[in-house]
Design a protein around this ligand. Structure first.
Ligand code: FCB
Length: 405
């Protein structure tokens, strides 16, 4: 019987980003001037454990970048910390700016192209105290901070992300209001984002984009949106569309004139006629409690393309799984990369894949959900790559993405 040859892999162009993502607060340690550091210690007791030293990447970034490059990756998305750069209103730390500039140069020296995120969930404590995103001058203050990042971004940085997951930022603002008012959280799905914050974030994104373009007109700017890969059950399409719009599409629509849009997908949520449905009984769950749904990435890419249109390039800026069993990460990656390959085959405009995350890190309240390709010993900070790290990194070296199943 003649056998059909296996489908050939996709050759990724050199320009295709192949890397990992991190955020400052989750790996640096001792981000003491930030709102999160205070929240971790607040009397409300909302947070299970504090971030403390995290992975001590503020000092160990050269080792992290060495590992990343040695594994075969060619790109690194990391964030710079507003609370360190502007420790008091209008006061800029030359030392912090020089630190992040050394990171940019350190990445380039190792053959890693840096993607720099300006804001990844944490705010300077002083900014939060004035009302955070609800302060009347929030947009101007963020734009001023973006402008102050010039020494970091001055050369060698091709991609800048202004704000990570603005939709989740607006959700968190609403969630904190609910806590303060003693209201219950929804058991399934996400709270409705705070509308005013959503619109302020869109304005802040535009203002920061302009500030970055002034620093270097060749920098490609965008933001990243958390995508829940909503799937409508029969008869629930209208409910799904209405539910998704304020939580997701509003932020995707705001990216229609950007250079790129970051797609961040982990799991998928089903929507019934009454709204989001709980994870089905017996379904596999990861350490965050999310359903194991690697196909979420394909759903997210296709939905994003539908909203932003074909000219805005999509970059997968986060995708991964919290597990203490690396073989489940390997299985997850097979599904997610298969979905990526299928989307590329279908002609979607995709410019990169950045896995969440490089390291086991501080997952916004707890160290338990381990998303890292590399394990970190909490006492010694020793880094140990997991088998999935080598397999994923190898694709960066060969530039061959396995064909869609
Ligand atoms: C995203 C965040 C990132 C990380 C992953 C698991 O929402 O951007 O910091 O927590 O989820």
């Amino acid at each position: 019987m003649p056998t059909t040859p296996p489908p050939s892999p996709i050759t990724l162009p050199d320009t295709f980003l192949w890397g990992t993502s991190t955020s400052a607060h989750q790996i640096e340690g001792n981000n003491t001037n930030s709102d999160w550091w205070r929240l971790e210690r607040s009397a409300a007791g909302l947070i299970q454990e504090p971030s403390g030293d995290a992975a001590d990447s503020y000092h160990r970034w050269p080792e992290d970048m060495d590992l990343l490059a040695d594994l075969g990756f060619t790109d690194y998305r990391f964030s710079i910390e507003w609370a360190r750069i502007e420790p008091a209103p209008g006061e800029y730390s030359r030392a912090a700016l020089a630190h992040y500039r050394r990171m940019v140069e350190g990445a380039l020296e190792r053959g890693l192209r840096p993607m720099v995120t300006l804001h990844h969930f944490t705010l300077p404590h002083w900014f939060a105290e004035r009302g955070g995103w609800r302060a009347p001058d929030a947009v101007d203050l963020f734009a001023r901070y973006a402008q102050a990042c010039a020494p970091v971004l001055t050369s060698g940085v091709r991609h800048v992300c202004t704000i990570n997951e603005p939709n989740m930022v607006a959700v968190m603002v609403a969630a904190m209001d609910a806590v303060q008012d003693g209201e219950a959280f929804p058991h399934t799905g996400l709270p409705l984002p705070d509308e005013k914050t959503s619109h302020t974030l869109i304005a802040a994104h535009r203002a920061a984009t302009a500030a970055v373009k002034k620093i270097d007109g060749d920098i490609l700017t965008g933001w990243t949106v958390a995508n829940q890969a909503y799937l409508a059950e029969p008869g629930a399409q209208e409910t799904a569309d209405a539910y998704r719009h304020p939580r997701e599409d509003l932020f995707l629509e705001a990216a229609r004139h950007d250079d790129w849009i970051g797609v961040q997908a982990y799991t998928s949520t089903r929507i019934g006629p009454e709204g989001p449905l709980p994870v089905p009984d017996g379904a596999e769950r990861t350490l965050t409690g999310w359903e194991f749904r690697p196909e979420a990435l394909g759903i997210a890419l296709r939905h994003t393309a539908e909203v932003v249109g074909p000219t805005v390039q999509m970059i997968v800026t986060e995708n991964g799984i919290a597990t203490d069993d690396d073989s489940r990460r390997t299985a997850y990656l097979a599904g997610a990369l298969g979905a990526l390959a299928a989307a590329i085959d279908d002609g979607l405009n995709i410019g990169g894949y950045l896995h969440w995350s490089l390291l086991d890190n501080y997952e916004w309240g707890s160290y338990r959900p381990t998303f890292g390709l590399i394990a970190v010993d909490k006492d010694t900070f020793t880094r140990t790559p997991k088998p999935s790290a080598a397999a994923l990194g190898a694709i960066g070296r060969t530039r061959l993405l396995p064909a869609a199943p």
